[in-house]
Design a protein around this ligand. Structure first.
Ligand SMILES: Cc1ncc(COP(=O)(O)O)c(C=O)c1O
Length: 373
């Protein structure tokens, strides 16, 4: 079965490059290529200059796989499979792990492919709701209640898109135990990992937490290099890795050679890269705190605990689709209505990874002052 249209991507297809200011992007301000190359050590500078643009090794460049494995505690380079973005990794994982007769547990709201590909693969999918009234926290008992004898995977997204929620450690440990008891894979989409606002809140990676745990990572978000289209799966489950590698032969075969080298350079300099990216996000988040405090009563704001996005609710009696449409047409500022997450609760996603966020927020504020007060 073909997956249904990806509502968020269709919305971005219309607006992402037409709107003047994106106040809903989930990535962090992209690095300039010259700035990435300036981080290269001598050997990687040579690697870049001498690069041959032929096919690359299908599982990923060995040096890149080694650098990625360095993000984990118990993962070796050969337990990393590189994909074209996290999106290809999600597509491959769900197609390989799920078939008709299988069952998956997925949170709601969610980045659509995390549920849609499973449905298209023929699996039954139970959506476990995150609730704003609980601070968007995942309730382990809801996950337990959703389990069935044929549950093949429990899937998390930590930190979470679109809410910025992040489970606490006891909750995460209980979810790991639950997956082990159920004999299910624990899939953790960790594309916003390393952007926890309190580093003490960082959870163990899925691939480290259990032998059948799976981490999905990408260069796009915390590392601010979305244009590389480099993502990966890390897992100690070798049988799963072999099946994923065989599936990839039908999607991209191998990765972009220049993108692999640039990703390698950025990961070797990851402390520096993450420091710059975290500085952007935390400065913007402080501004959002002040904004939402000033506009209490007009917007409900659950402060995110990690990532570069949050999920406020417009309390005024204006449908969020209309508010978003009028806002972008009048001010050039794009927010993402929660309806693209099939959420009728008048929420919208706000992104705070871009350096021009203060300008966009200022325009939103002026517009709100004109139309909502
Ligand atoms: C939770 C989540 N997973 C996966 C992806 C896909 O990442 P990429 O577009 O870099 O492949 C995104 C992108 O927004 C995301 O938010």
């Amino acid at each position: 079965m073909r997956p249904r249209d990806f509502a968020l991507e269709r919305f971005f297809a219309r607006w992402e490059f037409a709107a003047e200011l994106l106040l809903c992007a989930s990535d962090v301000e992209g690095w300039a290529m010259s700035d990435v190359l300036a981080l290269a050590d001598e050997s990687d500078r040579r690697r870049w200059q001498d690069l041959h643009l032929g096919y690359t090794e299908s599982p990923g460049d060995p040096a890149l796989r080694a650098a990625i494995s360095g993000l984990y505690e118990h993962v070796n380079a050969d337990e990393v499979l590189v994909f074209s973005g996290a999106e290809e990794a999600i597509f491959a994982l769900h197609n390989v792990l799920l078939a008709p007769g299988d069952h998956a547990v997925v949170v709601r709201p969610a980045y659509q492919s995390l549920a849609e590909v499973a449905v298209a693969a023929g699996a039954e999918v139970t959506r476990v709701d995150l609730r704003e009234s609980d601070g968007w926290r995942l309730d382990v008992e809801d996950v337990r209640a959703a389990l069935r004898p044929n549950t093949r995977l429990i899937q998390l997204n930590e930190p979470h898109n679109p809410t910025g929620a992040l489970s606490d450690r006891p909750t995460f440990d209980r979810l790991v135990s639950l997956a082990a008891e159920a004999g299910a894979h624990l899939i953790v989409d960790e594309v916003y990992r390393f952007l926890e606002f309190d580093p003490a809140d960082r959870l163990p990676a899925g691939a480290d937490a259990m032998a059948t745990g799976v981490s999905i990572g990408v260069m796009s978000k915390s590392f601010a290099l979305a244009g590389l289209r480099i993502g990966w799966v890390a897992t100690r489950d070798h049988e799963l890795l072999a099946r994923l590698a065989a599936f990839k032969d039908y999607t991209t075969i191998c990765n972009s050679a220049p993108a692999e080298v640039l990703a390698l350079i950025a990961l070797k300099a990851r402390d520096h890269v993450l420091m710059r990216n975290r500085a952007i996000v935390t400065a913007n988040l402080r501004q959002l705190d002040v904004f939402f405090d000033r506009w209490r009563g007009t917007f409900e704001w659950v402060r995110p605990r990690g990532g570069s996005i949050g999920y406020p609710r417009l309390l005024a009696d204006v449908p969020i689709d209309r508010f978003a449409e009028d806002l972008v047409r009048e001010t050039g500022v794009l927010i993402l209505p929660g309806t693209v997450f099939a959420d009728a609760g008048n929420h919208f996603r706000i992104g705070f990874g871009r350096t021009n966020m203060p300008v966009a927020l200022d325009r939103l504020e002026q517009y709100a002052a004109r139309t909502l007060r």
